[in-house]
Design a protein around this ligand. Sequence first.
Ligand SMILES: [Zn+2]
Ligand SMILES: [Zn+2]
Length: 480
Amino acid sequence: MTTVVLEGAVTRDALDNGPYLALPFEVPAGTTRIDVTYRFDDGHILDLGLFDARIASFPSREGFRGWSGSARRQVFVARDGATPGYLGGAIDAGTWQVVLGLAKLGPTPCHYHVEITTDSAPRAQGAEPRPRSVTVPGPRWFRGDLHSHSYYSDARGSLDDLLAAARARHLDFLAVTDHNTVGHHVPARAASSSDLVILPGEEVTTYRGHANVWGVTGWVDFRITRPGDVERLVEHVHRRGGLFAVNHPRHSPNCIGCDWEHPIPDTIDVFEAWNGPWAYRNWEALERYDALLRRGLRPTLVGGSDRHQPGWPDTDPESLWVGSPTTWFHLDALSEATLLQGLAGGRAFVSEGPQGPRLDLEVEGAGMGSAVHVPAGRALQVTSDVEGGAGSTLRYVGAHGVVREVPIPGERFTDRFAWPADGPFLRAEVLAVGDEAAVTEQYEALRALGKVPHGLSLDEVLGRPRRRALSNPVYIRAET
Ligand SMILES: [Zn+2]
Ligand SMILES: [Zn+2]
């Protein structure tokens, strides 16, 4: 065994070169295991990652061996295993890098101390579980959660706990999107089944915004440092057959990088307008979504619980469970491939949970996510169906704001009207009515757990109508 120590100090000036500090070290031939431990001064946060000799400049496809944010102080990779979130297997000689992510630097220098031990004891390379490719017949609505975490990144709960929670809510699919890693992809795909189809993803987690990527085999580089890197990354993801979503773009003062501060490229595929409890300022994300629609973009609107499972059975309030909110896709059949098609612009809506309410919208026969071509100036026939929304309000929103509001009188409700189309899109929402007592109870339950975002008052929450469902838009192309 050989141990090397890498020590130093970083100040905020280091950020001029980007928020990733690479510390190279040599891995000798015959190494079968590498252990890394680190510590740093109080008042700062340094994240930890490990790259092997294949790492290239951004965006690199190769060389990723693990990322743990600030969730772990010691990690290892070996021929026969690895810390969750890290990739075991072959350990090739060469210049590797420990990477420190400069998540938060205080005004004083931050001293770091990294110890790396390499070991060459004989270790057999482990066998990986087999991925399962599952297809569930349709056509019908399939419901699931597009955003969740396990102990492969910063959640405490295991992958098994997370899947058990999703099955208990009768979700049809679940995307596991751990931060900046793909260590969960192989075990998650091996657990895919006809009662829960797994879509592996990665939450690309930068210090100025988070983005979900689904449909890419292998790691997606998160080291965004220069203007234009987000556009480059979206293009890179597309080249590899994946889809790119902007996540939870809203004011989140106690969460590093949770708001979206990068420019939003025209090329994004998906927009997470509803993340976790509605009360978490999701109205801000929805306002940004409408601004993108007015800009002429057509990203698919989705929701995600962002569940960081603490264990199973789940003792947290329901508003924090996996499946709160739920995203629904109408698909001919359910599989990883058809979910990606749904995400790329299919018929989809979001509801507060797996029980609904269900919401469907058509304009002149064109469904959510699609476009209708009509002569300019003609009124358009709009139809929507709501199931499970009795007592709530159905609202339509266009480019100039609210188009129409009607009370929902029963559990099954169809609304029809003629709309003098005055903009490039129409979408629908189900709004809760008279639920101040329930909202207050939910807010207090979250506050008791310390899970209300910093600075978010009950008055601010009560000042916004709670959404129970959000449709995707139908797009209008007026032909002159
Ligand atoms: Zn996030
Ligand atoms: Zn997340």
